[in-house]
Write a protein that binds this ligand. Sequence first.
Ligand code: C5P
Length: 406
Amino acid sequence: MTELAGKHIVLGLSGGIAAYKAAELCRALVKEGASVQVVMTEAATQFMTPVTLQALSNRPVVMSQWDAREPNNMAHINLSREADAILVAPASADFMAKLLHGRADDLLSLMCLARPMDTVPLIVAPAMNREMWQHPATQRNVAQLKADGTHVLAVGTGDQACGETGDGRMLEPEEILQDLIAFFTPKTLQGQHWLITAGPTFEAIDPVRGITNLSSGKMGFAIARAAAEAGAQVTLVAGPVHLPTPRGVQRVDVVSAQNMHQAVMNASDAATVFVATAAVADWRPATAAEQKLKKDGSGQVPALSFVENPDILAGVAQSARAQSGALYCVGFAAESHDLLAHAKAKRERKGVPLLVGNIGPATFGQDDNALLLVEASGTQELPRNSKRALAQQLVAEVAQRLKARP
Ligand code: C5P
């Protein structure tokens, strides 16, 4: 995907060991379709060569306000006017202090000061030692930079180049990329709280065995990411899957259908939209053995009996808030055949305004899918595409329906 196609990013590097990550970030931005103009401070060139960044951005790196290559000798004006955003990564403690005071004694700070604030946002990815990050001066600067309209990204936590451990590392290139894509996403879901279930459930037979299914959770995770990017607060209740948590999403990990039911009940009062993508087990073993069931050599197999799990979606759809329209419910149906007929019947049975059908075996574990939106008023197809793109489309469809409500 080229999610930054058409965007022109000025990537600024100030001096810090995290500059090595800027090379990968530059490459990731270009891969997503952005054009990138790299600007480096002198200190940044101690950590990373301009040659590397020129090769990755396919443009000469600019380092000095006296660069005579600009015909009018005004690199700070020319380069900042073209940009869709200036992204400073890494932003050192010193560089942030400089920004705060409106100092402009090198090209990068001069450019940040000279940018048209209404049209060229400034995004900074702080990177420093944990003591420097925690210092009241830095925290004061961060607060004031935010108040001045700068978008200050979070910092990472963990091992630092200095050998210490704590907050202050620069985010990883992929995280910065995701934050930038989110930054450019129109905030159509501002003020909403989406509650999403995703993945399979695991119903224990004994401490080491259980019943589960092939749901990968990818569709639900993609919807959670798209909703968060569009400005919603997102709670993602996830069954056992190995997927990274989308940025800005609050994740609640659960195992069984009963756990998932409880987690959804805990969060549903605050939600305005509920999207049930999880493949919840319909039944669970009536009792889970406390100890591992053993083969005794007799050829006798254990007799398993099952009880039905709560239908989470149907339950939420019957709640007073869903019935009054305060909570908009979206169900999913994974079918193996006759998608339309089954999806229509399921929508009515679950009592939800929108049921999204897909062909289960064709989508489980895959990165793409095709969706069929079924409502009382009719149906709409979202043709085969990546789950990422379909999630964005589905979020936009739901946003439209919420907006159209009286
Ligand atoms: O009945 P079926 O499992 O086919 O319904 C699928 C839809 O219902 C999905 O949205 C799924 O997340 C939801 N569901 C649920 N709780 C269950 C079973 C299904 O929320 N116990």
